[in-house]
Design a protein around this ligand. Sequence first.
Ligand SMILES: NC(=O)c1ccc[n+]([C@@H]2O[C@H](COP(=O)([O-])OP(=O)(O)OC[C@H]3O[C@@H](n4cnc5c(N)ncnc54)[C@H](OP(=O)(O)O)[C@@H]3O)[C@@H](O)[C@H]2O)c1
Length: 349
Amino acid sequence: MTNVIVLVGTGSIGQAIARRVGAGKHFLLADLRQENADAAAKTLGEAGFDVSTATVDVSSRASVEALVQNATSIGDVLGVIQDGWRRDRGLLVRRTRTETGEEVTQNIKDKVVVITGASSGLGEATARHLAPLGAKLILGARRIDRLQALARELSLGQDAVVQTDVTQREQVKRLVDHAVQAHGRIDVLINNAGLMPQSLFEQGKVDEWDRMIDVNIKGVLYGIAAALPYMKERKSGHIINVSSVAGHKVGPGSGVYAATKYAVRALSEGLRQEVKPYNIRTTIISPGAVATELPNTITDTEVAKRVRGLYEQVAIPADSFARVVAFAISQPEDVDINEILFRPTRQEY
Ligand SMILES: NC(=O)c1ccc[n+]([C@@H]2O[C@H](COP(=O)([O-])OP(=O)(O)OC[C@H]3O[C@@H](n4cnc5c(N)ncnc54)[C@H](OP(=O)(O)O)[C@@H]3O)[C@@H](O)[C@H]2O)c1
């Protein structure tokens, strides 16, 4: 089957992207004007690329759909690169479109992505977002019934889930090993599992402090320990660690939670510097208030009331986080998005 990439906008940037994507595929070069497509076909053809041409008006949905139709008649469409068609607004848009015309982000399809804490909240939302984009998901958490239901719903297959307690080093290794056994590699590890039982120090909730350190810090470290050897060997991989606004700011009641999230940022920065020789990418994502089950982990009634109040007022849906993950993953291999901090627009803290 011929692998087809559609390039919309055949100017110099579009051609550079095609060269970057590499030969070995068929490029359908589409432009508003046939002569532009022909010129690009000549240049890329001379460079050894397999090409054909088409015209398209991207302001017309029907025209774009006809183009996608044309591409599918040539072969298996890997993606559509849209370049330069709104250059007047200074935008460079690189997206792909599935055969049904649904937009998908590039560079996610077929990536093997392991997510810890995928049974609810941000991890679950990320699985929901990445599955239709063609990622090969391996999901971990303790609540296996939730993971199984999610895998069924997303048609992932039951071997896409592994019951995992991230405080148990061998269980995290088993999760990552499972991804490699099932798919031959791990491309992305999202160290997302975490909990936030905030309380005042004077409450002396030492067990909860221990728990946060075990899950939020040691769980992340176990993930890195499990994935790094595989990524190092392949000189490829991406580790995404979930921190928080609390990894940037401390308030009353959040001392220990914030300490764990500051730790995530510190260890991620150390990791970033060390893995340069191995072509491994590292991303810290620090969300503000996102509507998940996280506040349920708070046992101090006063703190719980305050946090719930904030969440009720400002929290945004969990797919906000999933889109940030997709943005980081979808960058070209030589672009390393190291840190993203995002909040609900209405969140002051
Ligand atoms: N929501 C926010 O506003 C927000 C803001 C900043 C940062 N974060 C961070 O985002 C991450 C995800 O939290 P969330 O908001 O999605 O909360 P959530 O809905 O409570 O999800 C937490 C996830 O972590 C998993 N988990 C907890 N302990 C675990 C353990 N020992 N082993 C394996 N998995 C464990 C849970 O699964 P099981 O219980 O099934 O194991 C669940 O899937 C956390 O690191 C959190 O600190 C969230």
